[in-house]
Design a protein around this ligand. Structure first.
Ligand code: GLN
Length: 324
């Protein structure tokens, strides 16, 4: 039954692909096949469901902002992270500079470029890129994550806006270290290659309060996980976050590589790959699939039925099925 719902979700999502385009402002991303689409669900009770292109590697892009936020919270602490980065949705495009100049001068939140670049400036003096790679592999349970060098060099050659943001942040005293090294770390994290499966694993880790369900290992602190999930809910889809929260109601973070990382709290992680993007830089097919799943499986944060009823129904469905 869940597998049928997933297959139908793939059909619903595929119908949206003609309305989206792959990102081309990073030339290497423009080479993606916009018809690719995959979805993976990993549940807390150990079931895994997949449909479509779930093993294809693509760059994390802004989904790495979730990992950077986690690491910064655990390494530098809440007060440092949020001293110069806000917790409010910006209502602007992910790469906008506008509010940096006209309001406080601080980034609105860690899920947009300015916020993530500021957060990378806190991480950069503390941890090497290799350590960040190791931690990304760990939270995604995916030892095969590597730096996609083609994507990295392509973005570094076309990153004027991010460079402008970084130097503006330096002028405001938000970045105090070496700006070019911070920018390098930010773009390297964006260029890590994942699959829909790695994102479903990360989603499940967050859904399970930072504890790896298979091993019982506490990988992240509960307070880190709470902050990350809350900010994904309010800011994860940039200036599309409000409408997405109303229609879908599943904490999610998108990236312009076409990835979506979703967390159904206490229940499951969902990973999606669909590189055709809407105007805001979010996967068009991915959003449609999540909307469909949310309504079919009762996954909205504020579902009409009580969560218990929905959860029990889901568990019954799951126990009747074979894991794929
Ligand atoms: N690397 C991309 C950029 O900085 C990430 C943006 C995104 O995924 N929305 O523009």
């Amino acid at each position: 039954m869940v597998k049928n719902v997933l297959d139908q979700a793939l059909i619903e999502g595929a119908a949206m692909i003609p309305y989206g385009e792959v990102a081309t402002y990073i030339p290497e991303l423009g080479k993606a096949d916009k018809n690719q689409l995959g979805i993976c669900i990993f549940t807390r009770n150990g079931k895994q469901f997949s449909a479509g292109d779930t093993k294809v590697r693509f760059s994390m892009q802004s989904i790495s902002k979730v990992v950077a936020l986690m690491v910064a919270l655990e390494t530098c602490g809440f007060e440092t992270v949020f001293k110069h980065v806000g917790m409010e949705p910006s209502g602007d495009a992910f790469n906008s500079l506008v509010k940096l100049e006209i309001s406080s001068g601080y980034p609105y939140n860690p899920m947009i470029n300015s916020g993530a670049i500021a957060i990378c400036s806190y991480i950069e003096p503390e941890l090497t890129f290799n350590e960040m790679l190791r931690r990304t592999r760990k939270v995604c349970s995916d030892p095969d994550i590597v730096l996609d060098r083609d994507v990295y060099h392509s973005e570094m050659a076309h990153t004027s806006r991010n460079r402008a943001i970084a130097y503006l942040l330096e002028s405001k005293g938000v970045i105090t270290g070496n700006v070019e090294r911070v920018l390098e770390l930010y773009v390297k994290l964006c260029s890590l290659s994942v699959t829909a499966e790695s994102l479903a694993s990360l989603g499940l880790l967050l859904a399970n309060g930072g504890v790896q369900p298979e091993t019982g290992e506490a990988v992240l602190r509960p307070d880190t996980v709470r902050v990350v999930k809350t900010i994904m809910t309010t800011c994860g889809m940039y200036d599309g976050s409000g409408e997405f929260a109303v229609r879908v109601g599943i904490p999610t973070k998108s990236g312009v590589g076409g990835g979506l990382l979703s967390v159904v709290d206490q229940r499951m992680g969902i990973g999606i790959f669909g590189p055709a993007l809407d105007k805001k830089g979010n996967s068009v097919a991915g959003i449609r699939m999540l909307e469909y799943l949310s309504s079919q499986l009762g996954l909205h944060l504020f579902n009409d039925e009580s969560k218990d009823v929905i959860y029990r129904r889901l568990e019954t469905q799951l126990s009747e099925e074979e894991s794929l």
